[in-house]
Write a protein that binds this ligand. Structure first.
Ligand SMILES: NC(=O)c1ccc[n+]([C@@H]2O[C@H](COP(=O)([O-])OP(=O)(O)OC[C@H]3O[C@@H](n4cnc5c(N)ncnc54)[C@H](O)[C@@H]3O)[C@@H](O)[C@H]2O)c1
Length: 341
């Protein structure tokens, strides 16, 4: 049971529908829903049985509703800053979808707004709440595969159909490396720390409807002499994957969304050299999109008044790496991510 009653307003109801379910599953109340598209508003309102007087097409209406203490922002990335600033200034706790924002100016503004606010702010890098990914993190931190020397993560997601429905994803500042690739970059940052330098190549063969590269490969240098790779494709013809591989001095972790319940861990025998013939297969129970867990963690931060793990700065650092990757692919030069926010 939560000590503090959470009453949530959700803005943007496509991805936002997951915050509606997550709030309900975590015992919070839905105090308001908002979508500028009235048809979407009413469809989700009906689906979640939200009374008509709690449905809004203008998000500003939620700013003045004293009963709301939590806002979930699930609108297009370009709108995160304006909404985060306003809701934090109004004293609401805010959970905001990834990527935190698309421009450095917006990242800086959100960090400042979160620092100045009395309320809490968390960025929804949801992959960290995927039970397979958290198991990978736990195994890597446990030393089971020794010291990490190389790691990689893909983000392969066909946007061909999503793009036609959503103009905001075609904006060149919403480059696939930032918009979706942030999941892969964030995973590597979580496992290996902040990369010090990146080098990238990109190409554009799949999505004629956008002006930016739809495939990018980046190599990254991490602290402690760790090296890594991120591959992002937003036009690929395969099921979605966010495959993660972690290579250590005593073993290797392999995970792919095509078999999401299996985390494979290869390790060596006691001699430290011979690979055991079979990997250990660690079974994971996958539930939903993991927003429920993400919201649970945010609710705990609010309830216990603890520092938020996925702060605005964390979200901004991930986008800083994404920006460095895009810049490197465009200039042909290595780029050091700028974490100086
Ligand atoms: N974590 C994940 O796995 C994941 C997955 C998809 C999207 N996202 C993120 O979630 C956010 C939303 O993405 P989406 O796929 O739902 O986009 P979408 O375009 O499908 O839906 C956005 C919704 O916001 C509404 N909207 C737009 N402007 C608004 C405004 N000013 N006020 C109120 N409502 C407004 C639209 O009408 C639409 O219903 C983005 O930041 C995106 O990057 C995250």
């Amino acid at each position: 049971m939560m000590e503090k009653k959470l009453t949530v307003g959700v803005v943007g109801l496509s991805m936002g529908r997951r915050y509606l379910s997550a709030s309900i599953e975590n015992g919070a109340e839905i105090g308001a829903i908002c979508d500028s598209n009235e048809a979407v508003l009413n469809e989700k309102g009906d689906q979640f049985q939200i009374p008509a007087d709690k449905r809004f097409t203008d998000w500003h209406a939620l700013l003045h509703m004293d009963e709301l203490n939590v806002i979930a922002i699930a609108t297009p990335d370009q709108l995160h800053r304006e909404m985060a600033e306003a809701f934090l200034a109004a004293g609401k706790h805010v959970i905001c979808e990834k990527p935190l924002a698309l421009t450095r100016e917006d990242l800086v503004a959100i960090i400042k707004a979160a620092d100045n606010a009395k309320a809490k702010f968390m960025v929804g890098q949801v992959a960290r709440f995927n039970p397979s990914k958290s198991k990978i993190k736990e195994l890597a931190d446990s030393g089971m595969i020794g010291e990490i020397f190389y790691l990689e993560n893909e983000y392969a997601h066909d946007y061909a159909k999503i793009l036609s429905a959503n103009g905001w994803r075609s904006d060149p500042i919403r480059h696939g490396v930032v918009g979706g690739g942030c999941h892969a970059v964030d995973m590597l940052r979580w496992l290996a720390g902040d990369p010090t330098e990146v080098f990238a190549y990109g190409n554009h063969k799949m999505l004629p409807q956008v002006s930016y590269d739809d495939a990018t490969i980046a190599v990254l240098k991490f602290p402690n002499d760790v090296i890594g790779k991120v591959f992002v494709s937003t036009g690929c013809k395969r099921p979605y994957t966010s495959r993660t591989l972690v290579y250590g001095t005593r073993g290797t972790i392999v995970w792919e969304d095509t078999h999401p319940e299996d985390v494979l861990v290869y390790t060596v025998d006691e001699d430290g050299i011979s690979l055991k013939p079979e990997p250990e297969i660690i079974k994971i129970v996958m539930k939903d999109h993991n927003v429920t867990k993400e919201f649970e963690v945010f609710a705990e931060h609010i309830r216990k008044d603890t520092p938020v793990l996925l702060s605005a700065l964390e979200g901004a650092k991930t986008v800083a790496v994404c920006h460095a990757i895009v810049e490197s692919s465009q200039t042909g030069k290595p780029v050091a991510p700028d974490y100086n926010f």
